[in-house]
Ligand binder design. Structure first.
Ligand code: NAG
Ligand code: NAG
Ligand code: NAG
Ligand code: NAG
Ligand code: NAG
Ligand code: NAG
Length: 857
């Protein structure tokens, strides 16, 4: 399942099907008649380029069998169910033919001129046609100027006597005699091939097998032939045969020699058959061999200087033997070796001396051995080593080579990694026993790492969150089949993907995840593919997914009602095998699935309801969303009502807040605005019978407070802004005059008397006297000339204690100095208005009747 990611990202371009046309038909260029019960060549258009006639019953092919097909390039006539007779110049009407395939047709009769008239033929397939030596001896292939590949495998050819006409086949590059019965190869048999460069296949012929060759008499059969490749595998060669053969062909150029499926070597537990030694390949010294395949044999011990003479060897394949011992200097002399394949052997340990001499080796394949221990310097001398494959061994510890850029270590028993600094760009560690997240953090520190594969480990414990790495080059991180849930549920290691700005692919499948740590993917801005397959996620939140994700696999989780908005920016999605709850909440997803252009993996049956029971197993594509719309409307109505009430409530609360907290400020603003709009309405100077606007009566102990709180804001002498002409004892009383007279004078020459009743006021006899006097004025004039302002926290009771005050307090309104400083402005405004309030007219001219007041001693 997780391979969708690779599939898509790897941009696998599926080749269009080969059989674009139905069988037994043609489309002008291609004619396909496979298994069509034909007994002769069907009529096809003269534009046909490819004609496929295999698996039919065609018995005879002659010149007249084919119409003139000037453009035909490929003819397949193999695997006829009946024996085939091929007449003289049978293919003459196909002058442009390049490939002729007669394989697996039993050719009963082949006219010696059957292949004449095919100047362009480059590949002739005659495998498994029941052909004998005659086909070589009798010049069947003469004049095939373009012939490059000749496949004669699986026939009954017993000896290689080539007709002299082979000499003229200048294009010939390859002849395959696989699975014939060529038991010997000797002397001048190949003389017509001299001067050519060929790939010669002689595998599985029993060559030199049954009858021991007379090596003494036999001269080199490959004299003057350059062999691009020589395949003598599957001939059952022993060390002796190999040694004698290599000696016999000494001096011939062979680039690639395949000796696989041999019987050299003692195998495991036997001693009667020899392993190859220093002399076995000595005859190949002058062959310039670059590739030697010795795989699939029984070599147990690689003897000293085994390949000593193979100076040019680049690829050595020793896979699938029984190699358990590597003698000192076994690889001595392989100065140019680049790839050494020792996979599928029986190596149990590696020593420092094992690879001595491989100064240029770049790739060592040691997979599928039983290596449990590696001496620490084993690979350090291999300066050019860049790929090391140690997969499927038994390693528990490891000392790694810094310079190796590609390391395969999967399928071992590693629990920890050595903390050596590495420079690898590719590390494969799947199927090991890594448990602590520290190992992952360590690997993520490797500077140029691009691909890290940690599938099938046990990553689950997180004791601390080490510092995450910054700005790595990591592009692909596979962490499937671990137990990250255990690590993350401790609340630690949530930063493990921090700094991986270049990561493109992340696999977290099969990790028992039931949640994704918030922000765990936040740095993965380059991530294109995320595999969360087979976890236990029930919800996905919008900030769970990286921003630029294209392919997401969340199949086999427990998603209940996924929100399609999460998926709209993807290009491909797999949400099969989840636990969808098919209620109206799911209708956005159902509708989205029906109309989206995002590629949805999996068949509709794999996306089915698991609840309610009545819909269990029903595909999401068959569920109707009818009836869910009304609910939507209702919901949106509910929603608007909710919004409306919320807004109203908020406004109300804001208003309350403003009134309680900022009323003073608001008042100031109001006054300022009023002044700006209506201008500064100073009181018009009317003729006024009073000398003062108000007499401020207060205890002299309160003077300081009164100055700052009242006078500054009201009295004209304190500021030009103020409009009142006030009178108070400390400034306006005539010094030396009788105090009482002063008071009387002040009371009668002021329009209003403002008594600031404070604690001090109540203790001050003069103040109380003034209060009574002012009250008397009120009574006599029935006016409201007295304004009482209670200052400070005086209780009703304290006020009532004084008779004169009590009388007033009981009957008349009085003001209280505001406790909250922000109310002062508003209070002063109110006070000012009270001061300005006109007394009832006319009264002022009445006779002034003074009330006698007792002197206070
Ligand atoms: C060929 O013959 C067999 C047996 O008569 C028949 O079953 C098959 O359908 C035939 N094929 C075609 C393509 O006609
Ligand atoms: C194919 O045959 C048609 C007549 O059926 C002829 O006109 C045309 O020239 C031929 N084309 C070729 C390439 O031979
Ligand atoms: C190899 O050559 C030697 C000497 O020419 C001969 O004695 C021996 O039998 C040969 N071995 C095989 C298997 O042909
Ligand atoms: C080594 O041989 C094995 C087995 O044939 C093969 O799977 C592997 O790809 C080879 N390694 C290299 C590097 O060619
Ligand atoms: C990451 O590395 C690149 C160069 O590789 C550099 O340009 C970039 O500034 C680095 N970003 C951070 C966040 O370190
Ligand atoms: C899917 O879409 C088609 C038209 O685009 C519509 O007719 C059909 O009812 C839709 N099915 C569902 C399940 O919404």
């Amino acid at each position: 399942m997780g391979d969708h990611l690779d599939l898509l990202l790897g941009v696998v371009l599926m080749a269009s099907p080969v059989w674009g046309v139905s069988p037994c038909s043609c489309d002008g260029r291609m004619a396909v008649y496979l298994s069509c019960n034909l007994t002769q060549v069907p009529p096809v258009p003269n534009t046909t380029e490819r004609l496929l006639l295999s698996f039919n019953y065609i018995r005879t092919v002659t010149t007249s069998s084919f119409p003139f097909l000037e453009q035909l390039k490929l003819l397949e006539l193999g695997a006829q169910h009946t024996p085939l007779t091929i007449g003289k110049e049978a293919f003459r009407n196909l002058p442009d033919l390049r490939i002729l395939d007669l394989g697996r047709s039993q050719i009963d009769f082949l006219h010696p001129d059957a292949f004449q008239g095919l100047p362009r033929l480059s590949e002739l397939r005659l495998f498994s046609c029941g052909l004998s030596d005659v086909v070589l001896k009798d010049g069947y292939f003469r004049n095939l100027k373009s012939l490059t590949r000749l496949d004669l495998s699986i026939n009954q050819i017993r000896s290689l006597y080539f007709h002299p006409s082979f000499q003229e086949l200048n294009s010939l590059k390859s002849i395959d005699f696989f699975l014939n019965q060529i038991h010997t190869l000797c002397g001048s048999e190949l003389r017509p091939l001299r001067g050519k460069t060929l790939a010669l296949g002689l595998a599985a012929n029993g060559l030199y097998g049954t009858t021991a060759a007379d090596w003494g008499r036999c001269t080199n059969p490959f004299r003057d032939v350059v062999l691009d490749s020589l395949d003598v595998s599957e001939n059952g060669w022993t060390v002796d045969t190999t040694g004698n053969f290599s000696k016999a062909i000494s001096g011939s150029r062979i680039s690639s020699l395949s000796l696989s499926h041999h019987v050299m070597g003692s195998g495991f537990g036997f001693h009667n058959i020899r392993d190859p030694d220093q002399s076995t390949f000595a005859g190949l010294a002058r062959s310039s061999l670059t590739r030697l395949d010795l795989s699939h044999g029984f070599i147990f011990s690689l003897n000293p200087r085994l390949f000593e003479t193979l100076k040019d060897l680049k690829f050595l394949n020793l896979a699938h033997n029984k190699i358990n011992k590597i003698a000192d200097e076994a690889f001595y002399g392989l100065d140019n070796l680049q790839v050494l394949n020792l996979s599928y052997n029986l190596l149990g340990e590696l020593y420092n001396s094992n690879f001595y001499g491989l100064t240029n080796v770049a790739y060592v394949d040691l997979q599928k051995n039983h290596i449990g221990i590696i001496q620490d310097q084993t690979f350090t001398l291999l300066k050019k080593l860049n790929t090391l494959d140690l997969r499927d061994n038994a390693l528990q510890t490891l000392s790694l080579v810094p310079g190796v850029s590609t390391i395969f270590l999967g399928g071992n028993k590693l629990m920890t990694l050595p903390r050596t600094s590495l420079e690898s760009s590719f590390i494969q560690l799947s199927a090991n026993r890594l448990e602590n997240m520290d190992e992952l953090y360590f690997l993520l520190q490797i500077p140029h790492l691009q691909i890290l594969i940690l599938n099938q480990n046990r990553l689950s414990s997180c004791t601390r969150s080490p510092t995450p790495s910054k700005n790595l080059s990591l592009e692909k991180l596979l962490l499937g089949e671990n137990m990250l849930q255990l690590a993350w549920e401790t609340g630690l290691c949530w930063d493990v993907f921090k700094g991986l700005f270049h990561l493109r692919i992340l696999h977290l499948n099969n990790n028992y995840l039931n949640f994704l740590p918030p922000g765990v993917f936040s740095d993965l801005t380059a991530l294109r593919g995320l595999n969360l397959n087979s976890n236990r996620l029930t919800v996905l939140y919008s900030d769970d997914l990286p921003a630029n994700l294209e392919i997401l696999d969340v199949s086999r989780n427990q998603l209940l009602v996924p929100d399609p908005d999460l998926f709209v920016s993807l290009s491909a999605l797999d949400i099969t095998h989840n636990k969808f709850i098919c209620q109206c909440e799911l209708s956005p997803l159902i509708r989205w699935l029906n109309e989206t252009s995002v590629t949805i993996f999996g068949s509709p049956e794999d996306m089915s309801c698991s609840y309610p029971d009545s819909l269990s197993g029903v595909s999401l594509y068959s569920v109707s969303t009818e009836g869910c719309d009304e609910e939507e409307v209702l919901k949106s109505l509910q929603f608007s009502l909710f919004i409306f009430f919320t807004v109203t409530l908020t406004l109300f609360l804001v208003a309350v807040l403003v009134v309680t907290k900022f009323r003073g400020f608001c008042f100031t603003c109001y006054k300022t605005a009023q002044r700006l709009v209506f201008g500064d309405h100073r009181r018009e100077a009317q003729p006024d019978p009073y000398k003062y606007d108000a007499y401020l009566c207060f205890s002299s102990k309160d003077l300081e407070w009164v100055q700052s709180a009242l006078l500054k804001h009201l009295d004209i002498q304190y500021s030009d802004q103020n409009g009142f002409n006030l009178c108070f004892e400390d400034r306006d009383f005539v010094p030396g005059e009788n105090h009482l007279a002063n008071i009387q004078d002040a009371v009668w020459s002021s329009r209003k008397v403002v008594c600031l009743v404070s604690r001090h006021f109540l203790r001050d006899g003069w103040c109380l006297e003034a209060f009574s006097y002012a009250q008397g004025r009120c009574l006599s004039h029935l006016s409201a000339a007295l304004i009482v302002v209670v200052v400070g926290s005086l209780s009703q009771y304290q006020l009532m204690k004084h008779q004169c005050v009590r009388g007033f307090v009981q009957k008349r309104q009085y003001l209280r100095w505001p406790e909250d400083p922000q109310d002062v402005g508003w209070f002063l405004h109110k006070l000012s208005q009270q001061i300005l309030k006109k007394e009832r007219a006319k009264k002022k001219d009445d006779g002034v009747q003074l009330q006698t007041v007792g002197t206070v001693s």
